[in-house]
Design a protein around this ligand. Structure first.
Ligand code: ATP
Length: 360
């Protein structure tokens, strides 16, 4: 079985965490979120979320990773009681999302993709307004507001109108307003889309701080790096179905070894190079050998130790190598292993920012 098969097969295997979903406990920790065969079909027949079963323990930083249109926002809206599931059981903080929607809402924070910041108001006023909306007792509001301004790194601009805030500042304020009632669980729907790396890093620090203080975080993202940096565990969703779950390290391990990238002088040699690599019998039988834009790559447990043998074989075959590199798999390799494609729709964050700037 190739590394690719071993990941891809999860789509047809039993649901992740099936047994945990039945017990509501994961590794001795109570579940913050449990879904059992959750399905959401829109009125036009689009099956946006398809039989998703997940159990997320309290305190976890959980990432829901997938390209545009994969079903992330739909799933988060069901969990936050904004959409009713078509079928399946869904419990959030122990409450049923259909029968106990109000209790669910009172026990969660939700940061939507669209900002909820009122730009006419100052940062402090925005948080105060959220305190009122969430029924934070009057006597506790001042302390809560100061605490959240600090946590969001907005104390210096507390009395400035949000109108002049950068995208990153507005997002930090958005998160602060979602936390006024001290929810034990927060949903963050693509919170860093379009932000520059500096703003993104500040938000990441902020999320880590909230999670360190015990808050469970359910984050959706289309950024591999974000999921890799922040999450204890990730579920990859594609066309409404979960196709892989695990910690970033586990998912990368399942790719099966290391990756040897080889760059060729002449792209016309690519096919020949792939044949040489396959026929030379250098790597274990579980190796994956593929042509790339500028050469080929080999995913194999013996990529490092046997890489030089391949270079010699290529030289003997008259193929000129201009560069090579052995590296650990990235989440992009995981995506490739699952889907057979790079996560092209899920452009890197920097490309995404550049594209947005270019489009303005
Ligand atoms: P993005 O990263 O673009 O936000 P996503 O992973 O959050 O994408 P969803 O917005 O949940 O994905 O969409 C999942 C699927 O459901 C897509 O095919 C989308 O076109 C479709 N969809 C979303 N909202 C509706 C709706 N109101 N009616 C019909 N189809 C919808």
């Amino acid at each position: 079985m190739t590394g690719h098969d071993s990941i891809a097969s999860e789509r047809t295997r039993s649901r992740p965490n099936e047994s945990a979903a039945e017990t509501g406990v994961v590794d001795g920790r109570p579940a913050a979120i449990e879904t059992n065969d959750l399905r959401l079909t829109y009125a036009d027949g689009t099956r946006a979320v398809d039989d998703v079963s997940l159990t997320i323990p309290k305190g976890e930083f959980f990432g829901f990773l997938g390209p545009n249109g994969a079903g992330k926002t739909t799933a988060i809206k069901v969990l936050a009681t904004l959409l009713r599931p078509t079928s399946g059981d869904v419990r959030v903080n122990g409450f049923d999302v259909q029968r106990e929607a109000r209790s669910v809402r009172e026990s969660i924070g939700y940061m939507a993709q669209e900002t909820s910041v009122d730009t006419e108001l100052t940062a402090r006023e925005n948080i105060r307004f959220a305190c009122e909306a969430f029924g934070v007792p009057r006597g506790e509001r001042s302390n809560r507001i100061e605490e959240l301004l600090d946590l969001a790194d907005l104390a210096d601009v507390a009395d400035k109108r949000a109108e002049g805030f950068s995208g990153g500042m507005k997002k930090r304020l958005d998160v602060a307003t979602a936390l006024v009632h001290r929810p034990p669980l927060v949903f963050l729907d693509e919170p860093t889309t379009g932000l520059d790396p500096k703003a993104r890093n500040r938000l990441w620090d902020y999320f880590r701080r909230i999670n360190d203080e015990g808050t469970t975080i359910f984050l959706t993202t289309q950024y591999l790096e974000e999921a890799d940096q922040l999450c204890d565990r990730i579920a990859v969703i594609l066309d409404g179905e979960i196709v892989a779950t695990g910690s970033p390290a586990e998912l990368k391990r399942r790719v099966g070894g290391e990756i040897l990238d080889i760059e060729l002088e002449d792209e016309d040699d690519r096919q020949r190079a792939v044949e040489v690599a396959r026929e030379a019998n250098i790597f274990d039988s579980d190796a994956t050998i593929e042509g790339t834009d500028d050469g080929l790559n080999v995913t194999a447990t013996s990529a490092r130790s046997n890489g030089t043998d391949l270079l010699v074989a290529l030289r003997d075959a008259g193929v000129t190598v201009t560069g090579f590199n052995v590296r650990a798999p990235t989440l992009d390799d995981v995506f490739l292993a699952i889907t057979g494609e790079h996560i092209e729709e899920t452009r890197s964050m920097d490309e995404s920012v550049a594209a947005q700037r270019g489009g303005r």
